[in-house]
Design a protein around this ligand. Structure first.
Ligand code: GLC
Length: 563
């Protein structure tokens, strides 16, 4: 077997992300669970995914849907039991699918034993966190803002001190500078490795090393803890003492507001940190700076610039990216950058084409492969996410009307990604069985009414569906080495509506061209495709690419040519 073709070659792999709470509820309590994931393994296998990234199912009060972990060694009863996890790992393994678990190590829940002991005054555990004196009566140690709104410090009257929480007040930041914290973290990683886990996703891992507790007069404080002074040291240590001892394990770090230079190290082939990184700059093209709570149209020129910049520079530094549009924190891409109305199918396929042929490991977020759209929620009471609910209030505090605040939340809310997976056209979309729910159990969050049209069953029956297109794209990556290993060359860089690039590897070439908009366009200086064959596309082949006339691209058309 060619060494590059081994099953753990993450460059040829595709990861499917599951948010279990919203995936499949096997016992009818309205809350998705691990047995529900196991039920759907054949579906994921048929899609062609090699790994499943499972978001946290550990014991948690669920203030941030499991990203507030109270016990890393046990399963939250709402998700199932340890036996269910073991069964899931074994069943996935039998299908050649590896499980990647989501390790939330920047913070723990205030319900975690370590924090409870700290709050009881135990100095050993107080040092697991950042307790600091305020700057004066009612003035926190620094002016940093929490990522979910409000101050990043919570006052504790018993100690007359504050503790740091970069996220919700129930998510307390861990002090990684304390060797005992790092030891505990290593134990947790090894525990799950011993259970047969094949990979890890590390939540907001680049904010673990805090530089200095100083007021930020330029921003919200992030420059004092993002890519902090010891982050690389801590990651190398974690690598050497845990997952780095097993070459089969793949890792991905979620990098919040990071820089490319730092990512050369986080995800360098030889730097001894992680296999790859998630960066988010390409998803801030519809923000105002770092502020996502505004309505601005996506900046296409910026999107291309950011993606190409990362593609070429990460390659030049022998570092690896995860490539993706969607996850549980992002609105649905077909609603965001495509057209979830008239050109729903074409635009979903076009967006998929762009990502899946790039250099990097593609991640598919549950429901993306069937073109799930943003929610149809009409009132704030339908939203569940702590961040959305906070900002709905904050926006009104800033003077916006309730209606305008709601509009912004509808567009940017993380709940857009969290509505139940749409398996079929029944009442609860097959997320929950209608018959099995008895009592008055209902999905924990509303099902999108479009599930009668947008669902797995319907797409399995339609050979031209988005789902079948995703299967084809994933199969293409397996078949053509140029996609996994090739170099990238940006094309049509200045074109106002075309997204195009070339990949090259050992004498083979792949050209990808996509019309990002719903108006027909011409790509005048497209490359000569004589001798190429079109290996995939979202429209019937038109043959319309004469080098002299340029390439005509229909609304949201995308095509892949290979030689
Ligand atoms: C990451 C997770 C997000 C969570 C946050 C805090 O960004 O993806 O869902 O809220 O970290 O843990």
């Amino acid at each position: 077997m060619n060494s590059t073709n081994e099953p753990n070659d993450f460059r040829k792999s595709v990861v499917y992300q599951i948010y279990p709470k919203s995936f499949r509820d096997s016992d009818g309590d309205g809350f998705g669970d691990l047995k529900g994931v196991t039920e759907k393994l054949d579906y994921i296998k048929a899609l062609g995914a090699d790994y499943i990234w499972l978001t946290p199912f550990f014991v948690s009060p669920q203030h941030d849907n499991g990203y507030d972990v109270a016990d890393y060694y046990n399963v939250d009863p709402r998700y199932g039991t340890m036996q269910d996890v073991e069964h899931l790992i074994a069943e996935a393994d039998a299908r050649g699918i590896g499980l990647m678990f989501d390790m939330v190590f920047n913070h723990v829940s205030t319900d975690h034993e370590w924090f409870r002991k700290a709050m009881a005054g135990d100095p050993y555990y107080k040092d697991f966190f950042f307790f600091r004196k305020g700057k004066g009566e009612g003035i926190p140690p620094t002016n940093w803002e929490s990522k979910f709104g409000g101050s990043a410090w919570q006052y504790v009257p018993e100690f007359d001190e504050y503790y740091l929480h970069l996220y919700d007040p129930t998510q307390v930041d861990l002090n990684w500078d304390n060797e005992n914290v790092r030891k505990e973290i290593r134990k947790i990683v090894r525990f799950w490795m011993d259970k047969g886990v094949k990979g890890f996703r590390f939540d907001v891992i680049n904010v673990i090393s805090k530089a200095a507790f100083e007021d930020d007069h330029e921003g919200d404080g992030r420059r004092f803890y993002t890519d902090g002074p010891k982050v690389h040291e801590y990651l190398r240590e974690l690598n050497e003492t845990t997952f780095g001892t097993d070459a089969r394990i793949v890792t991905v770090g979620e990098m919040s507001s990071t820089s490319m230079e730092q990512c050369y190290r986080y995800a360098g082939r030889t730097t001894g940190e992680l296999s790859m990184v998630f960066s988010f700059h390409h998803l801030k093209v519809d923000f105002a700076g770092n502020d996502k709570w505004v309505i601005v149209p996506p900046d296409f020129a910026k999107l291309k610039h950011v993606i190409f910049d990362w593609q070429t520079n990460m390659a030049a530094h022998d570092a690896w990216n995860a490539v993706f549009w969607c996850n549980h924190d992002q609105p649905r891409v077909v609603s965001r950058f495509g057209d979830d109305g008239r050109y729903w199918k074409q635009s979903a396929k076009m967006l998929a084409t762009i990502v899946h042929c790039l250099r990097g490991t593609p991640y598919v977020y549950q429901g993306e492969e069937i073109g799930m759209t943003n929610t149809d929620f009409t009132g704030i009471d339908q939203f569940r996410d702590v961040e959305s609910l906070n900002y709905y209030r904050i926006l009104q505090d800033k003077g916006l009307s309730a209606q305008d605040a709601l509009r912004i939340v509808q567009i940017h809310s993380r709940d857009n990604a969290r509505t139940p997976m749409q398996w079929d056209g029944t009442r609860y979309a097959g997320f929950m069985d209608e018959a099995g729910c008895g009592g008055d159990a209902q999905p924990w969050i509303g099902v999108n009414a479009n599930h009668t049209k947008v669902n797995v069953d319907a797409e399995l029956a339609d050979p031209d569906s988005i789902l079948h297109y995703y299967r084809d794209l994933i199969a293409l990556r397996k078949r053509l080495d140029v996609i996994a290993y090739g170099d990238v060359e940006p094309l049509a860089v200045e074109h106002p509506s075309v997204f195009a690039y070339r990949r090259t590897y050992e004498g083979h070439e792949l050209v990808v061209a996509a019309n990002f908009y719903g108006r027909q366009c011409t790509w005048q200086d497209c490359p000569d495709l004589t001798g190429f064959s079109r290996v995939l596309g979202n429209y019937p082949e038109s043959g319309e690419h004469d080098v002299r006339k340029g390439m005509e691209l229909r609304p949201y058309e995308a095509g892949v040519w290979y030689r």
